[in-house]
Design a binder for this molecule. Structure first.
Ligand code: NCD
Length: 335
């Protein structure tokens, strides 16, 4: 599977163009992305109620299947499913069946036998959620919670919601993504989302060793120098150095990286006034971002986390209703 695989599009949309899985932003148009943001907006209010629940997934079973560690993503998926009134099962795969030699397909067959309705999947292998969506029982929705370097579509959408809340619209915005683009599934999904939603310019700022060879073809401009790259920016998104995915020495040292690409107050001052500071987390203070900036008035890093719940509620409820309407349609055609 490639990042642009058209089969993902037919796999994740119903015949009517509704979402039934959420695997990648490839092939999803502006109208659908806007529908996700609008639906998420409507769920924000649920998080502010005394009783933070709506019955949309009542009686449904959601399984969080995390083959890679996660704090924010796993817990906000869990909260989102619970706020939709689903029953939630969290499986930490590193301590369960796969470590006893069971294959991924067998683990899934067993979970399907427990009448699960949705799998939220994080995997170190690019394409794992796509593979599962191809083989899963009809009616079961697959949501990608980050696969290898390929995609992290709910992260990108919570970032888009945060940008829209603060800037109103995407038109005219110049957005930069800084740091380890090479290993980042987040950057790939953000570039897609920003282009689809009509941002004026998407820029990546990084040393050549942290950029994929085909980076411009993803739909962005490249800047190797951060001082030049910060000019005219409305939003700057910092990324973590994903050392767990690095093979060999790609950087002289963390200190040198911070000097050249770390977001300090001095560098932030080069951007447009009110430039938003974002980071998907986990942040490494003093490596990619100065503490005063991470905690400063332009930082929306914790808003991103809060918005993750509403966006995940939106995607889960939309995919479940896509599955239901497709089942109804198929049953109608057969009857
Ligand atoms: C990101 C991820 O896992 O891809 N984090 C996240 O989902 N909040 C980025 C990272 O790990 O640096």
């Amino acid at each position: 599977m490639t990042a642009n695989d058209p089969s993902s599009q037919s796999l994740q949309l119903t015949g009517n163009g509704q979402l039934k899985h959420f695997l990648t932003l490839d092939g999803l148009d502006r109208a659908l992305l806007t529908e996700i943001l609008d639906t998420a907006d409507s769920f924000i209010e649920v998080g502010e109620r005394t009783i933070k629940k709506v019955p949309l997934l009542r009686g449904k079973t959601v399984v969080n299947l995390f083959f890679e560690s996660s704090t924010r993503t796993r817990s906000t998926f869990e909260l989102a499913a619970k706020r939709l009134s689903a029953d939630v099962l969290n499986l930490d795969i590193s301590t369960s069946a796969t470590s006893k030699g069971e294959s991924l397909s067998d683990t899934l067959l067993n979970l399907e036998a427990m009448a699960s309705d949705m799998f939220v999947v994080r995997h170190s292998q690019s394409g794992a959620p796509h593979f599962i969506a191809e083989s899963v029982t009809p009616g079961v929705a697959i949501i990608n919670a980050g696969d290898g370097r390929h995609a992290h579509p709910t992260q990108a959408m919570l970032d888009m919601l945060t940008i829209r809340q603060h800037k109103g619209a995407f038109e005219g915005l110049k957005v930069a993504i800084v740091g380890d683009i090479l290993h980042s599934r987040v950057a790939r999904s953000q570039i897609r989302a920003l282009n689809a939603l009509g941002a004026e310019e998407v820029r990546v700022i990084a040393p050549g060793t942290l950029l994929p060879a085909d980076v411009e073809s993803l739909g962005c401009k490249v800047e190797y120098d951060m001082v030049r790259g910060m000019q005219d920016l409305d939003v700057v998104i910092m990324l973590r150095l994903q050392k767990e995915r690095m093979e060999g020495a790609l950087l002289p040292s963390e200190r040198e990286f911070y000097r050249l690409y770390g977001l300090s107050q001095d560098k932030l001052a080069l951007a447009r006034p009110g430039c938003l500071v974002m980071h998907p987390g986990p942040i490494n203070r003093g490596v990619e971002i100065e503490s005063a900036v991470a905690d400063g008035p332009q930082s929306v890093i914790l808003n991103q986390v809060t918005n993750g719940i509403a966006v995940r509620m939106a995607v889960m409820s939309m995919a479940m209703s896509g599955q239901v309407s497709e089942r109804t349609q198929v049953a109608g055609e057969q009857g």
